[in-house]
Design a protein around this ligand. Structure first.
Ligand SMILES: C[S@@+](CC[C@H](N)C(=O)[O-])C[C@H]1O[C@@H](n2cnc3c(N)ncnc32)[C@H](O)[C@@H]1O
Length: 252
Protein backbone atom coordinates (compact mmCIF):
# COMPACT_ATOMS: atom_id res chain seq x y z
CA UNK A 1 0.00 0.00 0.00
CA UNK A 2 1.41 3.34 -0.99
CA UNK A 3 1.61 6.28 1.42
CA UNK A 4 1.97 8.68 -1.49
CA UNK A 5 -0.63 11.46 -1.46
CA UNK A 6 -2.13 12.30 -4.86
CA UNK A 7 -3.35 15.76 -5.64
CA UNK A 8 -4.82 16.78 -8.96
CA UNK A 9 -3.16 19.58 -10.90
CA UNK A 10 -5.70 22.11 -9.69
CA UNK A 11 -5.24 20.93 -6.12
CA UNK A 12 -8.91 20.06 -5.80
CA UNK A 13 -8.58 16.39 -4.94
CA UNK A 14 -6.54 15.22 -2.04
CA UNK A 15 -6.02 11.49 -1.77
CA UNK A 16 -3.93 10.11 1.03
CA UNK A 17 -3.75 7.01 3.13
CA UNK A 18 -5.50 7.41 6.44
CA UNK A 19 -2.25 6.45 8.12
CA UNK A 20 -0.45 9.31 6.49
CA UNK A 21 -3.21 11.84 6.77
CA UNK A 22 -3.94 14.33 9.44
CA UNK A 23 -2.32 12.62 12.34
CA UNK A 24 0.35 9.97 11.94
CA UNK A 25 0.36 6.18 12.07
CA UNK A 26 -2.74 4.28 13.19
CA UNK A 27 -1.21 1.95 15.78
CA UNK A 28 0.46 -1.44 15.96
CA UNK A 29 2.04 -3.40 13.14
CA UNK A 30 -0.62 -6.15 13.53
CA UNK A 31 -3.26 -3.54 13.03
CA UNK A 32 -1.42 -2.16 10.05
CA UNK A 33 -1.18 -5.66 8.53
CA UNK A 34 -4.97 -6.09 8.83
CA UNK A 35 -5.49 -2.78 7.06
CA UNK A 36 -3.04 -3.81 4.36
CA UNK A 37 -4.71 -7.24 3.99
CA UNK A 38 -8.18 -5.88 3.31
CA UNK A 39 -6.82 -3.04 1.19
CA UNK A 40 -4.77 -5.47 -0.90
CA UNK A 41 -7.78 -7.76 -1.35
CA UNK A 42 -9.82 -4.81 -2.64
CA UNK A 43 -6.93 -3.66 -4.83
CA UNK A 44 -6.72 -7.14 -6.38
CA UNK A 45 -10.47 -7.21 -6.96
CA UNK A 46 -10.62 -3.80 -8.61
CA UNK A 47 -7.20 -3.43 -10.28
CA UNK A 48 -8.63 -4.12 -13.74
CA UNK A 49 -12.39 -3.76 -13.28
CA UNK A 50 -12.13 -0.20 -11.93
CA UNK A 51 -11.60 0.92 -15.52
CA UNK A 52 -15.06 -0.33 -16.57
CA UNK A 53 -16.69 -0.12 -13.16
CA UNK A 54 -19.09 2.77 -13.68
CA UNK A 55 -20.29 1.53 -17.06
CA UNK A 56 -20.93 -2.05 -15.92
CA UNK A 57 -22.29 -1.41 -12.41
CA UNK A 58 -24.95 1.05 -13.49
CA UNK A 59 -27.11 -1.94 -14.48
CA UNK A 60 -27.08 -3.74 -11.17
CA UNK A 61 -26.20 -1.34 -8.35
CA UNK A 62 -29.79 -0.14 -8.26
CA UNK A 63 -31.11 2.50 -5.87
CA UNK A 64 -27.96 4.59 -5.64
CA UNK A 65 -29.57 7.70 -7.10
CA UNK A 66 -32.59 7.28 -4.86
CA UNK A 67 -30.27 7.15 -1.86
CA UNK A 68 -28.58 10.36 -3.01
CA UNK A 69 -31.95 12.18 -2.98
CA UNK A 70 -32.06 11.48 0.77
CA UNK A 71 -28.69 13.11 1.44
CA UNK A 72 -29.42 16.62 2.71
CA UNK A 73 -26.65 19.08 1.92
CA UNK A 74 -26.25 22.78 2.62
CA UNK A 75 -23.21 25.02 2.34
CA UNK A 76 -22.17 23.99 5.85
CA UNK A 77 -22.84 20.23 5.90
CA UNK A 78 -20.21 17.49 5.96
CA UNK A 79 -21.09 14.29 4.09
CA UNK A 80 -19.00 11.13 3.97
CA UNK A 81 -19.32 8.13 1.66
CA UNK A 82 -17.67 5.04 3.10
CA UNK A 83 -16.50 2.69 0.33
CA UNK A 84 -16.77 5.48 -2.22
CA UNK A 85 -15.18 3.44 -5.02
CA UNK A 86 -14.85 5.49 -8.19
CA UNK A 87 -16.53 8.52 -6.52
CA UNK A 88 -19.52 8.19 -8.84
CA UNK A 89 -21.88 9.19 -6.00
CA UNK A 90 -19.71 12.01 -4.64
CA UNK A 91 -19.38 13.56 -8.10
CA UNK A 92 -23.19 13.61 -8.38
CA UNK A 93 -23.52 15.29 -4.99
CA UNK A 94 -20.81 17.78 -5.91
CA UNK A 95 -22.95 19.05 -8.80
CA UNK A 96 -25.53 20.44 -6.39
CA UNK A 97 -25.62 24.21 -5.88
CA UNK A 98 -24.81 23.64 -2.19
CA UNK A 99 -22.95 20.35 -1.77
CA UNK A 100 -21.23 21.29 1.47
CA UNK A 101 -17.98 19.46 2.12
CA UNK A 102 -17.76 15.96 0.65
CA UNK A 103 -15.49 13.17 1.86
CA UNK A 104 -14.79 9.70 0.53
CA UNK A 105 -13.12 6.77 2.28
CA UNK A 106 -12.13 3.53 0.57
CA UNK A 107 -9.95 0.52 1.34
CA UNK A 108 -8.63 0.34 -2.21
CA UNK A 109 -5.90 2.65 -3.39
CA UNK A 110 -6.58 1.49 -6.95
CA UNK A 111 -10.21 2.60 -6.70
CA UNK A 112 -9.15 5.93 -5.22
CA UNK A 113 -6.86 6.58 -8.17
CA UNK A 114 -9.84 6.15 -10.48
CA UNK A 115 -11.92 8.33 -8.12
CA UNK A 116 -9.34 11.12 -8.16
CA UNK A 117 -9.16 11.03 -11.96
CA UNK A 118 -12.94 11.02 -12.25
CA UNK A 119 -13.32 13.97 -9.89
CA UNK A 120 -10.69 15.91 -11.79
CA UNK A 121 -12.48 15.12 -15.08
CA UNK A 122 -16.08 15.69 -14.06
CA UNK A 123 -16.14 18.04 -11.18
CA UNK A 124 -15.05 21.62 -11.48
CA UNK A 125 -16.20 23.12 -8.22
CA UNK A 126 -17.82 26.55 -8.32
CA UNK A 127 -15.63 29.11 -6.65
CA UNK A 128 -15.93 28.92 -2.92
CA UNK A 129 -16.89 25.23 -2.92
CA UNK A 130 -14.58 23.13 -0.80
CA UNK A 131 -12.70 20.22 -2.42
CA UNK A 132 -13.75 16.57 -2.28
CA UNK A 133 -11.39 14.89 0.13
CA UNK A 134 -10.52 11.22 -0.44
CA UNK A 135 -8.75 8.99 2.03
CA UNK A 136 -7.59 5.40 1.95
CA UNK A 137 -8.59 3.43 5.02
CA UNK A 138 -11.00 0.89 6.43
CA UNK A 139 -14.65 1.51 7.26
CA UNK A 140 -14.31 -0.19 10.62
CA UNK A 141 -11.52 2.21 11.59
CA UNK A 142 -13.33 5.39 10.61
CA UNK A 143 -12.08 8.28 12.70
CA UNK A 144 -13.04 11.80 11.52
CA UNK A 145 -10.10 13.47 13.25
CA UNK A 146 -7.31 11.06 12.34
CA UNK A 147 -8.47 10.39 8.81
CA UNK A 148 -9.89 13.75 7.77
CA UNK A 149 -8.56 16.21 10.35
CA UNK A 150 -12.14 16.98 11.43
CA UNK A 151 -12.98 17.90 14.99
CA UNK A 152 -16.71 17.94 14.24
CA UNK A 153 -18.69 14.80 13.38
CA UNK A 154 -20.42 14.29 10.02
CA UNK A 155 -24.01 15.26 9.24
CA UNK A 156 -24.55 12.30 6.91
CA UNK A 157 -22.59 9.11 6.29
CA UNK A 158 -23.61 6.67 3.58
CA UNK A 159 -22.63 3.21 2.39
CA UNK A 160 -23.56 2.34 -1.18
CA UNK A 161 -23.15 -1.39 -1.90
CA UNK A 162 -20.20 -1.46 0.48
CA UNK A 163 -21.35 -3.00 3.77
CA UNK A 164 -22.10 -6.38 2.18
CA UNK A 165 -18.41 -6.57 1.15
CA UNK A 166 -16.91 -5.67 4.53
CA UNK A 167 -16.07 -8.79 6.56
CA UNK A 168 -16.13 -6.81 9.83
CA UNK A 169 -19.34 -4.95 9.01
CA UNK A 170 -20.52 -4.60 12.67
CA UNK A 171 -17.42 -2.50 13.35
CA UNK A 172 -18.13 -0.44 10.24
CA UNK A 173 -21.67 0.35 11.42
CA UNK A 174 -20.48 1.22 14.94
CA UNK A 175 -17.69 3.47 13.65
CA UNK A 176 -20.15 5.31 11.40
CA UNK A 177 -22.67 5.78 14.24
CA UNK A 178 -19.90 7.15 16.46
CA UNK A 179 -18.82 9.60 13.74
CA UNK A 180 -22.24 11.20 13.23
CA UNK A 181 -23.53 14.25 15.04
CA UNK A 182 -26.59 13.74 17.26
CA UNK A 183 -29.54 13.85 14.86
CA UNK A 184 -27.27 12.90 11.95
CA UNK A 185 -28.22 10.33 9.34
CA UNK A 186 -26.70 7.05 8.23
CA UNK A 187 -27.93 5.83 4.83
CA UNK A 188 -27.31 2.40 3.37
CA UNK A 189 -28.20 0.93 0.01
CA UNK A 190 -27.40 -2.73 -0.51
CA UNK A 191 -28.71 -6.01 -1.90
CA UNK A 192 -31.93 -7.39 -0.40
CA UNK A 193 -33.55 -10.84 -0.50
CA UNK A 194 -35.30 -10.50 -3.92
CA UNK A 195 -38.39 -12.12 -2.41
CA UNK A 196 -40.78 -10.14 -4.57
CA UNK A 197 -39.09 -11.11 -7.82
CA UNK A 198 -40.21 -14.25 -9.70
CA UNK A 199 -38.31 -17.19 -8.22
CA UNK A 200 -36.44 -18.44 -11.33
CA UNK A 201 -35.42 -14.89 -12.15
CA UNK A 202 -34.19 -14.29 -8.58
CA UNK A 203 -32.21 -17.56 -8.63
CA UNK A 204 -30.55 -16.68 -11.94
CA UNK A 205 -29.82 -13.18 -10.67
CA UNK A 206 -28.15 -14.54 -7.52
CA UNK A 207 -25.90 -16.79 -9.61
CA UNK A 208 -24.97 -13.90 -11.87
CA UNK A 209 -24.24 -11.56 -8.94
CA UNK A 210 -22.04 -14.19 -7.33
CA UNK A 211 -19.75 -13.94 -10.36
CA UNK A 212 -18.98 -10.43 -9.10
CA UNK A 213 -18.54 -11.63 -5.48
CA UNK A 214 -21.65 -9.76 -4.35
CA UNK A 215 -24.66 -11.08 -2.48
CA UNK A 216 -27.33 -10.28 0.09
CA UNK A 217 -26.10 -10.42 3.68
CA UNK A 218 -29.19 -10.99 5.84
CA UNK A 219 -27.21 -10.44 9.04
CA UNK A 220 -26.51 -6.80 8.09
CA UNK A 221 -30.20 -6.15 7.49
CA UNK A 222 -31.02 -7.87 10.80
CA UNK A 223 -28.46 -5.78 12.71
CA UNK A 224 -29.92 -2.58 11.27
CA UNK A 225 -33.43 -3.73 12.25
CA UNK A 226 -32.15 -4.43 15.77
CA UNK A 227 -30.67 -0.93 16.01
CA UNK A 228 -34.20 0.43 15.58
CA UNK A 229 -35.75 -2.13 17.95
CA UNK A 230 -33.25 -1.33 20.69
CA UNK A 231 -34.09 2.38 20.51
CA UNK A 232 -30.52 3.43 19.65
CA UNK A 233 -31.74 4.94 16.38
CA UNK A 234 -34.84 5.46 14.26
CA UNK A 235 -34.56 2.98 11.42
CA UNK A 236 -36.70 2.66 8.32
CA UNK A 237 -36.33 0.52 5.20
CA UNK A 238 -37.64 0.91 1.71
CA UNK A 239 -37.58 -1.52 -1.14
CA UNK A 240 -35.85 -0.90 -4.45
CA UNK A 241 -37.11 -2.87 -7.48
CA UNK A 242 -39.19 -5.50 -5.69
CA UNK A 243 -36.69 -6.15 -2.92
CA UNK A 244 -33.72 -6.37 -5.26
CA UNK A 245 -32.13 -3.87 -2.86
CA UNK A 246 -33.05 -1.92 0.26
CA UNK A 247 -32.37 1.58 1.39
CA UNK A 248 -32.03 1.93 5.16
CA UNK A 249 -32.34 5.33 6.81
CA UNK A 250 -30.87 5.35 10.31
CA UNK A 251 -31.25 8.53 12.39
CA UNK A 252 -29.08 8.61 15.47
C1 LIG B 1 -19.23 -2.42 -4.76
S1 LIG B 1 -18.11 -1.08 -4.51
C2 LIG B 1 -19.23 0.31 -4.40
C3 LIG B 1 -18.58 1.62 -4.77
C4 LIG B 1 -19.49 2.85 -4.62
N1 LIG B 1 -19.96 2.99 -3.28
C5 LIG B 1 -20.64 2.81 -5.59
O1 LIG B 1 -21.81 2.88 -5.17
O2 LIG B 1 -20.39 2.77 -6.81
C6 LIG B 1 -17.58 -1.31 -2.85
C7 LIG B 1 -16.42 -0.44 -2.42
O3 LIG B 1 -16.20 -0.67 -1.02
C8 LIG B 1 -14.79 -0.67 -0.80
N2 LIG B 1 -14.52 -1.41 0.45
C9 LIG B 1 -14.61 -2.74 0.65
N3 LIG B 1 -14.29 -3.04 1.92
C10 LIG B 1 -14.01 -1.85 2.54
C11 LIG B 1 -13.63 -1.49 3.86
N4 LIG B 1 -13.47 -2.41 4.82
N5 LIG B 1 -13.43 -0.18 4.14
C12 LIG B 1 -13.59 0.76 3.17
N6 LIG B 1 -13.93 0.47 1.91
C13 LIG B 1 -14.15 -0.81 1.59
C14 LIG B 1 -14.21 -1.33 -2.04
O4 LIG B 1 -12.83 -1.05 -2.19
C15 LIG B 1 -15.10 -0.73 -3.12
O5 LIG B 1 -14.55 0.45 -3.65
Amino acid sequence: MSDRPITDPAGRVDVATATGAAGGPVSSSTHRREVDGQAQAMDRMYRLTRHVYDVTRRYYLLGRDRLLTKVVTTASTATLEVGCGTARNLVKLARRPEPGTLYGLDASHEMLETAAASIARHHVPASGHPPIVLRQGLAEQLDPRRMFGRDAPFDTIFFSYCLSMVPTWPGAIEAAMASLRPGGTLLIVDFWDQKELPRPFAAALKRWLSLFHVHYRPEVHEALTELGRSGRADVSFESVARRYAYIATVRV
